[in-house]
Design a protein around this ligand. Structure first.
Ligand SMILES: C[S@@+](CC[C@H](N)C(=O)[O-])C[C@H]1O[C@@H](n2cnc3c(N)ncnc32)[C@H](O)[C@@H]1O
Ligand code: SF4
Length: 335
């Protein structure tokens, strides 16, 4: 533990910051931004409502001074925010692990610039290798070949790549084994994510979740796998290795085996609200604090005060009752 540790009510330190740079996206993934809701009438944030790159970099610097060692840029789709590489360059100066989660659609154009700006690595979300299935899941008819080419571009630019796949019952569970086969051959770690009840717009039902244990079972039957010890406290994915030594994959089981006890993450929305849980309802308006002219010390105190009060452990308490509670959307808070 370092001397700058900020602890919450359960003694969990603040270690990771996820920064959403936009609530907009060029995809309409069925489990995240269903078209019926995010069609023409949805009100996205205006440009002036977003934190500027300079504001984000300042907030990030204060988080790092208070113990954060990992920054993840997300959204919406972060690569639709213009000149994102300018922000990456500013954040790279903080010398911490700096990564980005993207749907991969714009990576062919952007990978080299992002790597040059100082990005450490990239996570690409991809749920299917079957073109028709992938086009239906992103719901904008985007071809899978272009995302695979984006992954290749990231690799060529020297960025280590992880691939995230959300598994939804009756939609893409037939992809578990083919995706594992493809990405272990390419040498990219694949992580399967249980479909989560984030937001309300996706009509989530427990029956739609494919439990991590089932995913691991399918991969064990196909390839033979064994668990790997967690690398650090708060590691989200449970890791497994293929017994033949051809690499690793992970499962993120936030529904069937919640990991709130070790959660060290805070989330900053694109308009500068700070959330201490993916399932939190209200965020602290840091933008207001910044634009009121707060000093670095005042901003640091606002962040620490919120973290000290943190008692979120939604996934551990998840039940029939929590299903109806108010929740914010994944595309707003960032994954
Ligand atoms: C909200 S997206 C933002 C970044 C980028 N647009 C992308 O898709 O990678 C971040 C991650 O959240 C995941 N996600 C979105 N909705 C989800 C849900 N209901 N359950 C589990 N994961 C979800 C996505 O698959 C993606 O890996
Ligand atoms: S998961 Fe990512 S790509 Fe898909 S709709 Fe949500 S923000 Fe967009």
């Amino acid at each position: 533990m370092s001397d700058v540790d900020v602890l919450d009510t359960f003694g969990r330190p603040l270690r990771d910051l996820r920064i959403s740079v936009t609530d907009r996206c060029n995809f309409r993934c069925v489990y995240c931004m269903p078209k019926e809701i995010y069609g023409r009438d949805h009100r996205f944030l205006e440009r002036r409502e977003l934190l500027t790159f300079e504001e984000i970099a300042r907030v990030a610097r204060i988080f790092v001074a208070n113990g954060v060692s990992k920054l993840r840029i997300t959204g919406g789709e972060p690569l639709v925010r213009r000149d994102l590489e300018r922000l990456i360059a500013q954040l790279a100066e903080l010398n911490v692990d700096l990564t980005l989660t993207t749907n991969g659609s714009l990576l062919r154009q952007k990978a080299q610039t992002l790597a040059d700006a100082g990005l450490s690595r990239v996570t690409v979300s991809l749920d299917s290798l079957d073109d028709a299935q992938f086009r239906a899941m992103n719901d904008v008819d985007f071809p899978v070949a272009k995302v695979l080419d984006g992954i290749a571009a990231a690799h060529e630019a020297g960025l280590p790549v992880k691939v995230n796949a959300v598994v939804k019952r009756g939609t893409n569970e037939d992809q578990i084994v083919p995706m594992a086969a493809r990405f272990r051959e390419l040498g990219h770690t694949l992580r399967f994510i249980e479909y989560m009840d984030v937001g309300h717009t996706n009509g989530w039902r427990l029956d739609d979740v494919v439990p991590a244990a089932e995913i691991v079972g399918a991969l064990d039957r196909a390839f033979g796998v064994e668990p790997v010890d967690a690398a650090y406290r708060g590691e989200v994915a449970k890791r497994y290795r293929y017994r033949d030594g051809t690499g690793e994959f992970g499962v993120i089981s936030s529904v069937t085996q919640p990991f709130c006890g070790d959660c060290t993450r805070a989330r900053l929305s694109a308009e500068g609200r700070l959330f201490t849980c993916l399932f939190a309802v209200r965020g602290n308006d840091l933008r207001a604090v910044i634009r009121k002219g707060a000093t670095d010390e005042e901003l640091a105190a606002a962040i620490a005060d919120q973290w000290h009060l943190r008692k979120d452990r939604y996934s551990e308490l998840r039940s029939r009752e929590t299903a109806d509670l108010e929740r914010i959307e994944m595309s707003y808070i960032g994954g």
